[in-house]
Design a protein around this ligand. Structure first.
Ligand code: NAG
Ligand code: NAG
Ligand code: NAG
Ligand code: NAG
Ligand code: NAG
Ligand code: NAG
Ligand code: NAG
Ligand code: NAG
Ligand code: NAG
Ligand code: NAG
Length: 647
């Protein structure tokens, strides 16, 4: 009995050299995960509290990681100083952790993504930078919103309000630039564009920000999209009010940094809020659920414990909480499959010894690939909704709340979901059960109170105060001055074409500044081909006049609809038409009448010569004979002179 037990033990040791019963013995009592955050930022604080809250829940839940304690090591890094943050993050990578939550900032995420790939540590990142992708970095798992979708939502809002051009202000770092690039693409799909882009460094001085805002105010667009972090963004907004750029006609759209800040900070000064009246912002959509309200109610206790008593939970808190749960569930599945945690030294890094960075201290997570596979397959309902990754490593069903800041709070005026790609007042979850309805007629948002306390949707642009005048070439005609010519007394241009132009401008809902430039010296008609050439060569922006639309000209220029149209015609001179009782004389000229009259006489005389010798009717006194001649001539007009009648 004892021998057989010993035999069994030896056998099992032979079969499983790593432990007696793999499934159970392989479960380590403690598993470490790491996190890279900036403690003194809002998002960093919220993330730290969320991580601790999640760990507490996971470690007290017997259904997940039973018997194993999940621990976290959090590293404080500096996001604003790229180099310092990088070094701090790299040093932290010497710690043996199975997965990493964060890094919080996109700049460091880019660096750490390379490291995570090499060390095979899954990166549960909530960086929104759209260029971080799991194609380039397989170990990058995005557990938060992607700016690609946020910018699509912004573009949809712009398009919904019929604005065509926007100004983009962004923080000049990886996060800001890539966000604006995504916005550019999203707007292009809607046939809108960014007409002015301006970045500023995170440590910009007041005077620089004021110059920036003044340059923005000179621009045509009044729709301003602000993509920055919370601290620089609020600094900018405080100056916007002073420069009177939060008044009627302006539209401000802040990306999700603003809602994240307002959600999290429980002590936002009243003047900050009053300076944001009418601003639109976005917030990643988190459906209401029991889990969500549980976390919210637990939050106060948890934040006090982590020394962040003034922070409330925002969307990032929910996403981070779910990331930790995703790791825990993946680890659980990994241990169920008999996985073991081990690290080995990286031979590539070994060769680089001698430096002071101690890179050789970093070690490769041997089971990284398997754990990553488990993480990608997680499927559970978390506080942020369904946690499940699509093929591209993004959370499924991205959606955003569209928020209008009014009074001392935020009002949700609608939702955008990638599922339909449209704005709607119906919450996105209600749509998922139905096939997507992409009918544009369905687009609807609740009314917005715009800056300046108006419900009237701003036009979105003004005529820029530093705009050049349009230079309009006008032919200075010598003949047919009714069309267009220079008025000698006033020096201005006048004529039918000018009248049509000014009437058409009066119908536009906005002002256009222009000046007429006479073309030609007024002593001869100018050469119209030359005028057309001057528009092609940009000497004139446009031309007005009796310019014929010819095939050759339409190749290079755009013409208006013709406003003097002739078609094919024959021209003939017209004489004054006199109506009188003598009008019957008009068909023939005087000579013609004379000739006709003399022919009558000649005919009469000839007939008399031939007839008077033999015909009694042609005899008598001279007077009678002359009367007969005239009578005969005129009678030929009215009588048919048959033989009986004459003879
Ligand atoms: C956070 O700390 C860093 C130094 O670690 C400092 O440069 C930065 O200004 C601080 N930010 C805030 C919002 O206090
Ligand atoms: C909340 O906002 C105020 C004013 O901007 C700031 O002084 C404070 O540090 C913020 N609190 C947190 C926790 O970020
Ligand atoms: C957790 O493990 C303990 C013993 O380690 C066991 O008694 C308990 O049933 C386990 N719970 C679950 C839900 O598996
Ligand atoms: C909170 O602050 C107290 C006192 O400063 C400190 O002892 C404690 O370790 C801090 N807790 C955390 C989670 O940082
Ligand atoms: C890895 O390298 C460190 C020193 O760089 C050394 O202390 C450790 O023993 C090495 N581990 C293995 C498994 O080779
Ligand atoms: C994920 O879980 C939901 C229910 O919780 C289920 O309907 C769905 O089919 C699952 N998806 C996958 C890919 O397993
Ligand atoms: C977003 O929508 C597009 C188009 O409908 C689709 O191709 C894409 O997979 C969606 N993305 C996610 C993360 O669901
Ligand atoms: C989409 O919504 C519109 C308006 O509510 C409706 O008329 C149309 O039938 C819907 N289309 C589909 C495919 O459900
Ligand atoms: C306008 O002035 C030019 C010379 O300055 C002159 O030749 C022309 O006849 C004038 N036209 C009219 C309509 O007075
Ligand atoms: C006026 O311009 C025409 C060409 O358009 C030129 O032939 C003519 O000589 C010019 N007359 C004067 C007085 O300059």
């Amino acid at each position: 009995m004892e021998i057989s037990f010993l035999m069994l033990l030896v056998l099992s040791l032979l079969l499983f050299p790593n432990g007696i019963c793999k499934g159970l013995a392989a479960r380590p009592p403690v598993v470490n995960i790491g996190s890279i955050l900036q403690f003194n930022s809002t998002t960093g604080g919220v993330a730290a509290v969320a991580i601790h809250a999640a760990l507490e829940d996971i470690n007290s839940d017997p259904t997940v990681l039973n018997g194993t304690t999940l621990k976290v090591q959090i590293k404080d890094t500096n996001c604003f100083d790229g180099f310092l943050g990088m070094v701090q993050a790299l040093q932290f990578m010497e710690t043996d952790v199975v997965a990493l939550i964060g890094p919080q900032c996109s700049t460091i995420s880019h660096i750490i993504s390379y490291v995570a790939n090499e060390l095979r540590v899954p990166l549960m990142s909530f960086a929104s930078d759209a260029t971080l992708s799991s194609i380039q970095f397989p170990f990058f798992v995005r557990t938060g919103p992607n700016d690609l979708y946020q910018m699509a939502a912004v573009a949809e809002v712009v398009d919904y309000n019929h604005w065509k051009i926007v100004t983009a202000i962004y923080i000049d770092n990886v996060y800001g630039r890539n966000g604006i690039a995504a916005l550019d693409d999203a707007l292009a799909l809607k046939r809108c564009k960014i007409s002015y882009k301006v970045g500023f460094p995170s440590n910009a001085k007041r005077s620089e920000l004021i110059n920036l805002l003044v340059s923005v105010s000179y621009m045509e667009s009044r729709v301003i999209i602000l993509h920055t972090g919370a601290e620089p963004g609020l600094k900018l907004f405080s100056m916007v009010k002073q420069l009177n750029m939060m008044g009627n006609g302006y539209v401000w759209i802040a990306t999700d940094w603003l809602s994240a800040y307002l959600d999290a900070n429980s002590s936002v000064p009243a003047e900050t809020i009053s300076g944001l009246q009418g601003v639109l912002t976005l917030r990643p959509h988190i459906p209401n659920s029991k889990m969500k309200s549980n976390l919210v109610s637990k939050w106060n206790k948890q934040s006090k414990k982590s020394n962040y008593s003034d922070l409330r939970v925002n969307t990032y808190g929910f996403y981070v909480y779910d990331s930790v749960w995703a790791v825990a569930r993946a680890l659980d599945a990994f241990f169920d499959d008999g996985g073991r945690i081990s690290f080995s030294n990286d031979s590539m890094l070994h060769d680089e010894t001698g430096g002071t960075l101690h890179l050789e201290a970093m070690s490769i997570s041997d089971m990284g690939n398997k754990l990553l596979e488990k993480i990608r397959k997680v499927n559970f309902t978390g506080v942020s909704g369904q946690v499940q990754f699509d093929a591209g490593g993004n959370l499924i069903h991205p959606a955003y709340d569209i928020i209008n800041i009014i009074g001392n709070g935020m009002r949700t005026i609608g939702f955008w979901s990638n599922y339909s790609g449209l704005l709607s007042t119906v919450s996105p979850e209600a749509l998922y059960s139905k096939p997507p309805n992409i009918s544009l007629a369905d687009q609807h948002l609740y009314d917005v109170i715009w800056p300046g306390e108006t419900a009237q949707r701003p036009r979105g642009w003004v005529f820029p105060s530093n705009a050049k005048q349009l230079k309009i070439g006008v032919p200075n005609r010598f003949s047919f001055k009714e069309f267009v010519t220079k008025d000698n007394s006033t020096g201005s241009m006048k004529g039918y074409c000018i009248d049509v132009f000014t009437q058409a401008l009066a119908l536009l809902p906005y002002p256009v500044s222009y000046k007429f430039v006479p073309f030609g010296n007024g002593t001869e008609n100018p050469n119209y081909d030359k005028l057309v050439q001057m528009i092609e060569s940009n000497e004139f922006d446009a031309a007005i006049g009796d310019i014929a639309i010819t095939m050759r000209r339409t190749v290079t220029l755009d013409f208006t609809q013709p406003f003097i149209e002739t078609g094919l015609v024959i021209l003939a001179p017209v004489k004054q038409h006199i109506t009188s009782s003598w009008a019957f004389l008009q068909p023939f000229t005087l000579q013609m009448w004379c000739v006709t009259g003399s022919y009558f006489l000649i005919v009469g005389v000839v007939v008399w010569v031939l007839e008077h010798r033999i015909n009694d009717d042609f005899r008598g006194s001279v007077r009678q004979q002359i009367i007969t001649i005239f009578w005969f001539s005129f009678s030929t007009l009215f009588f048919a002179h048959t033989q009986e009648k004459i003879l």
